[in-house]
Ligand binder design. Sequence first.
Ligand SMILES: NC(=O)c1ccc[n+]([C@@H]2O[C@H](COP(=O)([O-])OP(=O)(O)OC[C@H]3O[C@@H](n4cnc5c(N)ncnc54)[C@H](OP(=O)(O)O)[C@@H]3O)[C@@H](O)[C@H]2O)c1
Length: 305
Amino acid sequence: MNRGRVADGESEGNRGWAPVGSAGSGNGYAGWRVDGAHRYFRGMTIDEDLARRCSLEGRTAIVTGGSRGIGKAIAGQLARAGAQVMITSRKAEACEEAAAEIGHGVTWRASNVGKPEEAAAVVDATLDTFGAVDILVNNAATNPYAGPTVAVDIPRWEKTLQINLTAPLVWSQLVWDRYMKDSEGGCSIINISSVGGLSTNAALGVYDVTKAALLHLTRQLAAELGPKVRVNAVAPGLIRTDFARLLWEGERGAEVAQMYPLKRLGEPDDIAGAVLFLAAETGSWITGQTIVLDGGGLVSFQKIG
Ligand SMILES: NC(=O)c1ccc[n+]([C@@H]2O[C@H](COP(=O)([O-])OP(=O)(O)OC[C@H]3O[C@@H](n4cnc5c(N)ncnc54)[C@H](OP(=O)(O)O)[C@@H]3O)[C@@H](O)[C@H]2O)c1
């Protein structure tokens, strides 16, 4: 029987409520009630409570590299959670298409993340349009070199560092200086690193060095920017995007998937869900941490890569 919404503190005895998991005996989990098919927590249905904890209603986010792949999935997830989202990448047309595809709540401005003046223009445009930047997702990255790290030429070493490490620092500085430091708090910076930042790889060492440094930048900024800003990272394994196409297209993808305990490659939405978890109230006591999302690759018995 549906008894409707129940206020906090109502006695379970006189309404026939039973705490979940304890079949009517004792208190179970304070505030949690079951009535037939309906579950309640602190006066809200469980759906309402979960929606509130995952909601980004009234929040504004910037997602770099938001025109495709993981960044586009993140932008879509944040928008569906209620955030207003600014996406940016180098190609205006790609940004425009992605914003139109995601729909409500998403706008765009083209920029190269490695150019500080273009980064500043995106942050200012976001502030002009929405009046806030509560969430920054540093997602854009590059990988211009494959081979032994000892043999890398300095221009490509510096390019990788510039886009994958310096740019996240510059964007973090901009949002901190121009909004977050004077905000009421609850802000969040999320850096998209890689499992490569936690291991070694014969061909991707240069990229991995930048992703490892990004993880430490995450910890350092978390220590510096609390309590107003939480700073966290996610470290994806192999995700089926353009960026990693060489690693998963054809039979190679199936071989890698077999090495993962979860027996499949990652999809952009696998990463987007974790970013929402970190940005929303669900992540409100997490800072300086890295969530590994790799189908179990790092704990696999077989060596990947
Ligand atoms: N895919 C994987 O297996 C994997 C695994 C671990 C970590 N990651 C990380 O996940 C993040 C996203 O990768 P992805 O796989 O989604 O890549 P992707 O599909 O190639 O998308 C990259 C996005 O970044 C933009 N971008 C690239 N360089 C840029 C620059 N200099 N300035 C501004 N925007 C730029 C691209 O748009 P434009 O071309 O228009 O600029 C695009 O929107 C990266 O940080 C990557 O290191 C990916």
